[in-house]
Design a protein around this ligand. Structure first.
Ligand SMILES: [Zn+2]
Length: 72
């Protein structure tokens, strides 16, 4: 390896801002932050409570009916 051209590789700690899980890994950057990780993302946890069961058209029609009733 040539000297003075490679970034320093060190152990970095990253903390998930959603579930506060800490990860330790090697990186050339000194600071890492993540918004979501495999411990809290719904794809990995299987939690689909936030996913919509109905389609967008059904949702639009429901909101349109609310607006129509509100005008009366
Ligand atoms: Zn997380």
């Amino acid at each position: 390896m040539k000297k003075d051209i490679h970034p320093s590789y060190q152990t970095v700690k990253a903390v998930c801002s959603t579930c506060s899980t800490e990860f330790t890994f090697g990186s050339t950057v000194s600071k890492v932050s993540v918004d979501v990780c495999s411990g809290c993302h719904s794809f990995f946890t299987g939690d689909r409570s936030k996913a919509r069961a109905t389609g967008r058209i059904e949702r639009f029609n429901r909101m349109a009916s609310f607006a129509k009733n509100a005008k009366k």
